[in-house]
Design a protein around this ligand. Structure first.
Ligand code: HEM
Ligand code: FPP
Length: 301
């Protein structure tokens, strides 16, 4: 017997709509960014971080990063709808309209800016705003479609969070914070190009000039390997300037060795699945590296 037709089951509930908005903020990416913000805050002062910049700063930066991510969903809705990895996102699936997405991004972005400006400091508010523009407009709307170096240049916006954490607490720029930015900046290409190798046919289909599409898989694998070596050098800089001690040195050396080994395997051992292994490894690498910075800081002082 045919099942009775349910009208209500196809209507969006409060919880599915809420989940769709949440999904647009790229919560897992923003969560890892917030860890790097926290580390920037903790390393900025030898004592405990004051509660106000800690909580309010994290909230404001999270809101503006979430807004940048929602704008990325809005700008990319057409190509997202054509790629297997992204076709199910709220905008291409019609779970949220473009107007509502824009209102959502503008609301959380402007609220985040006001929170940072009034209750943290204007320097952090403006730097976070620059990161938002860098990711949502410069990278997404322009670089992504214009050059195979899109994520190298655009990666600067995603690398900013530890500096934002630092300025939230001190209200000034410092060379040590820039070293943390350099680490994420050199980490981004191997992080993303590994995924881009795996998804190259989809990027080619929508005419996005990602490196494996424009320069081929072998060249991209070589670049990934070179960037993991560059990243290993960048990871040593905090030790060389006396910012970090032996705990960080040991942990970061192990992580660098692991990442170079994975990238080496990707280049010289041809087997399916290695690219995604490198991508997943990159996420654990960054998370553990920043946890090591934190551990070292509190054991060192
Ligand atoms: C321009 C720079 C970056 C690009 C192009 C990029 C690209 C990507 C892409 C395409 C994914 C999606 C993978 C999927 O849907 O399965 C992803 C996942 C991820 N990225 Fe990045 N990324 C960048 C920077 C960053 C930064 C700075 C962080 C953190 C500090 C980060 C953390 C993550 C995490 C945690 C995931 C996994 C998310 C999940 O499992 O849902 N990424 N990245
Ligand atoms: C204010 C501030 C700190 C801003 C940072 C914003 C932010 C969330 C950056 C994340 C970088 C990222 C996930 C890029 C992927 O975009 P993509 O379009 O290449 O990937 P996609 O196809 O998965 O959307």
């Amino acid at each position: 017997m045919a099942k009775p037709l349910s009208i209500t089951s196809s209507l969006p509930t409060f919880s599915t709509t809420w989940r769709a908005y949440f999904e647009m903020t790229k919560p897992k990416v923003v969560a890892l960014m917030l860890l790097t913000v926290l580390v920037g805050m903790c390393l900025a002062v030898p004592h405990a971080v004051p509660v106000q910049p800690l909580l309010v700063g994290m909230l404001g930066i999270a809101m503006m990063a979430g807004s940048a991510a929602a704008l990325n969903h809005l700008i990319d809705r057409r190509i997202d709808g054509l790629m297997a990895r992204t076709y199910n996102r709220p905008l291409p699936k019609g779970r949220i309209s473009a107007t509502r997405a824009l209102i959502f991004a503008a609301s959380i972005g402007s609220s985040g800016f006001i929170i940072l400006y009034l209750w943290v400091n204007p320097l952090t508010a403006w730097l976070t705003f620059a990161s938002l523009i860098g990711y949502a407009l410069v990278y997404t709307a322009y670089l992504k479609r214009a050059t195979s170096q899109n994520i190298v240049i655009g990666g600067l916006a995603g690398a900013m969070p530890p500096l934002l954490g630092w300025t939230a607490v001190t209200n000034e720029l410092h060379g040590h914070a820039l070293l943390l930015v350099i680490i994420i900046f050199t980490w981004t290409p191997p992080h993303f190009w590994a995924l881009a190798i795996h998804r190259r046919t989809e990027y080619a289909k929508v005419d996005i000039p990602m490196l494996p599409v424009t320069h081929g898989v072998e060249f991209t694998k070589t670049c990934i390997l070179l960037y993991t070596v560059l990243l290993a050098v960048a990871c040593l800089l905090p030790v060389l300037v006396g910012m970090c001690g032996p705990v960080y040195f040991v942990c970061s050396s192990l992580l660098s060795t692991g990442f170079i080994y994975k990238a080496w395997q990707l280049k010289y051992r041809d087997h399916d699945g290695l690219a995604m292994q490198v991508f997943r490894f990159s996420i654990y690498h960054l998370m553990l590296l920043f946890m090591a910075l934190l551990l070292d800081h509190y054991l060192w002082f």
